[in-house]
Design a protein around this ligand. Structure first.
Ligand code: FES
Length: 344
């Protein structure tokens, strides 16, 4: 065991005021806890990706990591069952003259216990097969009585055209998936925003894996359809986009691009205006994730600011053969650009 290095943390009566705190002395990070009259200290670095355990919370005698909720016993350092072979370094504490001292030399080594890998954590590689086109509809609608959607209609026309041209296609209605809004893990620390996304790992009911599977693994080409809502893409589009931060963040923290040789395009329909602005935002965002674009990467339609007459907006798309043709051509451009990348 390393030589003891006792350090005076200060008056115990003051340190009792907080059940859990993060302390750093000479580069040693410690999670100091106080519960039921007893101080305890373990490493302040989580076994997962070094989250600051002392900034988490106490649940009984377990410290809950503030980044992804792994739990460790505050006295023994052991992980919560079934991960109780994992162990944090422990630090002795002692009271003397009303002061609390901690031994900066840990009394044991850190032990990692691997968690079963999340299915999305597998290596990114393209499975053999024909060209694959995923269509994601981001329009929001009431689930019990779904309505006609102009953007979704054009998306389905596009996917049909891709299928007729020999592609495998997959249609995903974002509205049917239950998924969390981004938890802002990136804003805690860039390393707290992980791949797979934290919510995919800790919430078995989160269904955004379907989107990650399509974008990262399955599709060669993607078409995203959105209505214009108050001059922007739909709220569901933004809810999804924020959850895709974990893809972009991998380039920053792990120097790896999860999106390889994929092409994306967009369908934007509005009862009112702002097609160009919505397209600009979507193009900028998906270029940051590593997607490429076909020639003329979006189609859009809007009858302008005064077009509040929804019935006419619907008819404008439902019966508009020129628009339907544009949707088909967009699908073929997107698909052909993806094919060209695959051939390279
Ligand atoms: S659970 Fe602690 S860093 Fe992820």
């Amino acid at each position: 065991m390393a030589k003891a290095r006792w350090y005076d943390l200060g008056q115990a009566s003051i340190l009792k005021n907080k059940p859990l705190r993060q302390i750093e002395v000479d580069g040693v990070k410690i999670a100091l806890s106080f519960r039921k009259g007893v101080f305890a200290a373990v490493s302040g670095e989580c076994n997962h990706v070094k989250g600051p355990l002392g900034k988490g919370s106490l649940k009984g005698d377990y410290i809950v990591c503030p980044w992804h909720s792994w739990k460790f016993h505050r006295k023994t350092g052991r992980g919560e069952a079934p991960y109780d072979k994992a162990c944090l370094p422990r630090h002795e504490v002692k009271l003397k003259d009303g002061h609390l001292f901690v031994n900066l030399s840990a009394s044991n080594r850190r032990v990692h216990e691997s968690h079963p890998p999340h299915p999305l954590a597998r290596p990114v590689s393209r499975a053999k097969g024909p060209i694959r086109v995923a269509g994601i509809s981001t329009t929001a609608m009431e689930k019990m009585n779904p309505r006609y959607s102009t953007s979704e209609h054009l998306l389905k026309i596009a996917l049909d055209a891709a299928a007729k041209a020999g592609a495998e296609t997959r249609f995903i209605a974002l509205n049917k998936l239950r998924f969390n809004a981004c938890g802002g893990f990136y804003s805690k620390d860039e390393h707290a925003c992980t791949w797979p996304c934290t919510y995919s790992q800790i919430d078995p009911k989160d269904q955004l894996s379907e989107i990650y599977e399509a974008l990262i693994f399955w599709a060669d080409a993607v078409i995203i359809a959105t209505p214009i809502r108050w001059g922007n893409a739909s709220s569901l589009y933004y809810k999804m986009a924020e959850r895709l931060n974990c893809i972009e963040n991998q380039m920053l923290i792990a120097n790896r691009s999860l999106v390889k040789n994929k092409v994306i395009s967009f369908i934007i329909t509005g009862g009112q205006d702002n097609v160009q602005s919505v397209a600009g935002q979507m193009l900028a965002f998906f270029s940051s994730l590593g997607f490429q674009f076909p020639l003329f990467p979006f189609i859009g339609t809007s009858r302008g600011w005064h077009a509040e007459d929804m019935a006419n907006n619907v008819e404008h798309v439902r019966r508009n053969r020129a628009l339907h043709k544009e949707a088909k051509e967009l699908a073929l451009r997107t698909m052909n650009a993806a094919l060209a990348l695959l051939k390279q």
